[in-house]
Ligand binder design. Structure first.
Ligand SMILES: CCCC/C=C/CC(=O)SCCNC(=O)CCNC(=O)[C@H](O)C(C)(C)COP(=O)(O)OP(=O)(O)OC[C@H]1O[C@@H](n2cnc3c(N)ncnc32)[C@H](O)[C@@H]1OP(=O)(O)O
Length: 391
C-alpha cells in the first residue's frame, strides 16, 4: 500500500514534466560553437523519459524552465492564475531565467539530466524506508505511508520559522497530497517547535524594495491560505510544540488539531505592528467569541494547550511523553475508514464557508500589505533581529 501511494505521489509531477518535455519534431541537429550540441540536448530529453526515479519537484521545475528557455527563449506567455498552482510554479521557474541565452539553458539542461542519470544508476541500493520519503523538498520532509501523507516542517534549528521557500514548498506538497491516494494529510513540525510563524528575516530588505516585497508577500499569503481553504481531504495538525503567528491562525482551517501538552498558542500581531491573517479575523471570533478572540489576536495572550482546547481551537491534548504514539495510533485507525466518505463529509462541512473565507483572506492580505510597510512593523522586526525583543 505504502509503495502504491509513493508511486502515485511521485507520478503526479513527473507526468506533468514529461508531457512538457516532448521533443518538438522541428528541432534541428546543429552543433553550437560552445556548450552542448542540439544532439546532446535531444538525447538528454530522451534520457529524461527513461528516468525511473522521481527527481523531486525542485529539480523538475529547473528542468522544465531550462527546456522552455532552450527551445523557446525567454518566458513571454501570460502568467497563470493564482489557483493554477502547478502551472504558476512552472511559469515562475521559467520566468526566473530572464534573458538567459538559449545555448546556456541547453547546456544547463544537459548537465542537470546527466547528474540525475548518474545518481539514479546508483539508486538500486536505496533502503525501502528512504524510498517512502518524497524527494525535492529542501525545507520539508514529505512521506506517504499507511494511507497518511505527512508533511513535516524541517527547520528545527530556527524553530520551523516559515521562509518564502517554505510557504512555496508547503503549497506544492499540499497540491501533491490532494491528488495522491492517501486518506488523510498531516502537517507537523520537526524538533521542539511546531512553528515560530513567519520567518522575520523575510523582512530584511532595502527600503526601496519594500513596496514590491510587501505586494509579493500579500500574494504569497493569499495563495498559501487559499490552499488550506480549498484542501479537499481531511487535514490534521499534529502540534508537537509551541506554535506562533500564522502557524496558530491557520489551525482553524484544519479538520483535526491534536496538541502535545507542551504546545502553546501565541499570536503576537500587535507587538509586531501587524494584523491577523489566515481568516482568523473571522474564524476566531466565530469559534471562541469576540472577547476571547480579542485577547489572542489584539493583545497577544499566549494560551496553553488546555486553554486552546477549551476554546475549540484544539481537538484534543495528549501528554507529551505519549503524544506521538497516541496520535499516530489514532490516525492510522482513521486512515482505514472509507476514503471517499471522509472526503465528501469534509467538503460538506467546509463548503458553506469557502467563498466567504476566500474573500476574508484577500482582505486580510491586502491590509497586511500596508502594515508591512509601516514604521510600527519595521521597528518591531528590527527589535527582534537586534534581539532587543523576545516574545
Ligand atoms: C508571507 C506570509 C506572511 C504571514 C505572516 C505571518 C505573521 C506571523 O507569523 S507573526 C509571528 C512571527 N514570529 C515571531 O515573532 C517569533 C519570533 N521568534 C521568537 O520570539 C523566538 O525565537 C521564540 C520565542 C520563537 C523562540 O525563542 P528561543 O529563545 O527558544 O529560541 P531562539 O534562540 O530565539 O531561536 C532559535 C533560532 O531560531 C530563530 N528564529 C526563531 N523564530 C524565528 C522567526 N519567526 N523568524 C526568524 N528567526 C527565527 C532565532 O533567530 C534563532 O536563530 P539564531 O540561532 O540564528 O539566532
Amino acid at each position: 500500500m505504502a509503495g502504491v501511494t509513493g508511486r502515485l505521489v511521485r507520478g503526479w509531477c513527473l507526468r506533468a514534466v514529461r508531457s512538457s518535455l516532448q521533443v518538438p519534431a522541428q528541432l534541428h541537429m546543429s552543433k553550437t560553437a560552445m556548450g552542448a550540441s542540439q544532439k546532446d540536448f535531444e538525447s538528454a530529453v530522451n534520457q529524461m523519459k527513461l528516468l525511473k526515479k522521481d527527481p523531486g519537484n525542485e529539480v523538475k521545475l529547473k528542468l522544465y524552465a531550462h527546456y522552455k528557455q532552450a527551445t523557446e527563449g525567454p518566458c513571454n506567455t501570460p502568467k497563470p492564475g493564482v489557483f493554477d498552482l502547478i502551472n504558476k510554479a512552472k511559469w515562475d521557474a521559467w520566468n526566473a531565467l530572464g534573458n538567459l541565452p538559449k545555448e546556456t539553458a541547453r547546456q544547463n539542461y544537459v548537465d542537470l539530466v546527466s547528474g540525475l542519470s548518474s545518481s539514479s544508476d546508483s539508486s538500486s541500493q536505496v533502503k525501502p524506508e528512504a524510498d517512502r520519503k518524497q524527494a525535492g523538498y529542501e525545507t520539508l520532509v514529505m512521506t506517504s505511508e499507511d494511507g497518511i501523507t505527512k508533511i513535516m516542517l524541517n527547520r528545527p534549528t530556527k524553530m520551523n520559522a516559515l521562509t518564502t521557500q517554505m510557504y512555496q514548498e508547503i503549497m506544492l506538497a499540499l497540491e501533491a497530497a490532494s491528488k495522491d491516494d492517501s486518506t488523510i494529510t498531516v502537517l507537523t513540525g520537526n524538533g521542539s517547535y511546531f512553528s515560530s510563524g513567519n520567518d522575520l528575516t523575510n523582512f530584511v530588505i532595502s527600503p526601496d524594495e519594500l513596496e514590491e516585497r510587501a505586494r509579493r508577500g500579500a500574494i504569497l499569503l493569499r495563495d498559501f491560505v487559499g490552499c488550506f481553504i480549498d484542501f479537499p481531504k481531511p487535514l490534521v495538525a499534529v502540534v508537537n510544540g509551541p506554535a506562533v503567528g500564522i502557524s496558530v491562525t491557520i489551525l482553524r482551517l484544519f479538520d483535526l488539531v491534536y496538541a502535545s501538552d507542551r504546545a502553546t498558542f501565541h499570536t503576537p500581531f500587535s507587538h509586531l505592528g501587524q494584523t491577523p491573517e489566515a481568516c482568523s479575523s473571522y474564524t476566531f471570533p466565530s469559534l471562541m467569541g469576540p472577547a476571547k478572540a480579542a485577547e489572542m489576536l489584539i493583545f497577544g495572550k499566549k494560551l496553553t494547550a488546555a486553554e486552546a482546547c477549551a476554546r475549540g481551537l484544539v481537538t484534543e491534548v495528549f501528554p507529551d511523553s505519549t503524544f506521538q504514539k497516541e496520535v499516530w495510533t489514532r490516525l492510522k485507525a482513521y486512515s482505514k475508514l472509507p476514503r471517499n466518505a471522509l472526503r465528501i463529509s469534509k467538503q460538506m462541512i467546509r463548503n458553506h464557508e469557502k467563498e466567504k473565507l476566500h474573500a476574508i483572506n484577500a482582505e486580510e492580505s491586502r491590509i497586511l500589505q500596508e502594515r508591512w510597510q509601516s514604521d510600527e512593523c519595521m521597528n518591531a522586526i528590527m527589535n527582534f533581529l537586534s534581539r532587543k525583543a523576545k516574545l
